[in-house]
Write a protein that binds this ligand. Structure first.
Ligand SMILES: Nc1ncnc2c1ncn2[C@@H]1O[C@H](COP(=O)(O)OP(=O)(O)OP(=O)(O)O)[C@@H](O)[C@H]1O
Ligand SMILES: [Mg+2]
Length: 329
């Protein structure tokens, strides 16, 4: 055991009757790190976060937060963590400010401190104007920001964020990322779950992919991308009816199965830019007109697809596009 580990979990199993939510989950988060926990719906992300924040007890295994055992030392654990759950925990009938005061009370903080800290948080989450209105009049994004503010009232050194930006519009999401980056710059350790792979790519140094309650891959975003192979060639055909023919051309050049998404056709390739020249020639002689052609690094979405067999955002809305590290387009 080392205190410099913010989170250490080994062999964590959680069963709900017949349902095995976690099936031998291992997880380490070093202090000062941001770790992204990714997985499809039902993978066990929320269950893991709830165990680490002492809201659930594991059926088997060991979990420690800041060196404290989550089962034997729950009070100590609660003292060092902040939690923003997947669903809003704020009280609809209280105002934003009253909610913050209530959370301060739960942490037994001094009222003058809570008053000052609340104002600070209301300001930095752009909630000052709405601070004295009941939360039931807030928009979804405002509730989410108040939720995060509530978990920060005690300046926790370790923060668990369960889908902090789900349901936020692109602008609010970028705002939330900036807030999280600010906390990390001040030394906060963050474990976050997300369905938005771009979010993990942007914020997390280390990514843990889970499925069916187990870790199926682990590493930096770049390492995970390398793991599924080299670059991908991606073309957009002018006439969607030619997508199939274009896929055949890419198959003949590449070293893996092409993927067709409407007018976009991509395939893994090796050989860098020389392959681009061959592609242009082959597409041209096959009479296929192309509006866009590029060579790109695999994205985390590609990684997720290849690991779990389905996209991360099945039922989610589109994510904001922001410079993805390592992307060549
Ligand atoms: N209280 C409970 N009783 C029974 N089954 C549960 C309970 N809580 C979670 N589960 C089950 O455990 C599994 C993991 O659920 P969990 O909420 O941890 O997934 P998740 O990765 O957070 O999913 P999502 O992306 O949808 O939030 C699911 O099969 C879920 O149905
Ligand atoms: Mg969840």
């Amino acid at each position: 055991m080392a205190d410099d580990q913010a989170v250490f979990a080994e062999g964590v199993v959680k069963r709900f009757g017949d349902v095995v939510a976690l099936d031998g989950m291992d997880l380490t988060v070093e202090r000062g790190q941001v770790v992204g926990l990714l997985g499809p719906n039902g993978a066990g992300k929320t269950t893991m976060v709830r165990i680490l924040s002492t809201l659930l007890t594991p059926t088997e295994g060991v979990a420690r937060v800041a060196g404290f055992d989550v089962v034997r030392q729950p009070d100590e654990v609660r003292r060092v963590i902040g939690l923003t759950g997947q669903y809003a925990a704020v009280d609809e009938y209280l105002t934003g400010r009253e909610n913050l005061r209530m959370f301060g009370g739960l942490y037994h903080l001094e009222s003058s401190y809570v008053k000052r800290r609340s104002q600070e948080l209301l300001d930095s989450f752009e909630l000052s104007e709405a601070a004295d209105r009941p939360v039931r009049t807030y928009s979804g994004g405002m509730r989410r920001r108040l939720d995060l503010a509530s978990s920060l009232i005690a300046k926790p050194s370790i923060l668990f964020l369960d889908e902090p930006t789900t349901g936020l519009d692109p602008r609010s999401r970028l705002g939330m990322w900036a807030v999280i980056e600010g906390l990390v710059a001040e030394g906060t350790t963050v474990l976050l779950t997300t369905q938005y792979l771009e979010e993990a790519d942007q914020l997390a140094q280390d990514i843990v992919v889970i499925d069916h309650g187990r870790v199926i891959a682990h590493g930096t975003a770049e390492a995970l991308k390398d793991q599924i192979g080299g670059d991908r060639i991606e073309i957009t055909v002018m006439n969607i009816a030619q997508a199939g023919a274009a896929a055949e051309v890419l198959r003949s050049l590449g070293n893996g199965a092409p993927l067709v998404e409407e007018a976009k056709v991509s395939a893994p390739v090796s050989g860098g830019s020389t392959v681009m020249i061959s592609a242009i020639r082959a597409l041209d002689s096959a009479g296929i007109e192309v509006t866009d052609l590029l060579l790109r690094r695999p994205t985390l979405d590609d990684v997720f697809m290849s690991l779990t067999g389905h996209a991360a955002e099945d039922e989610q809305q589109a994510q904001p596009k922001r410079g993805r590290k390592g992307k060549t387009s």
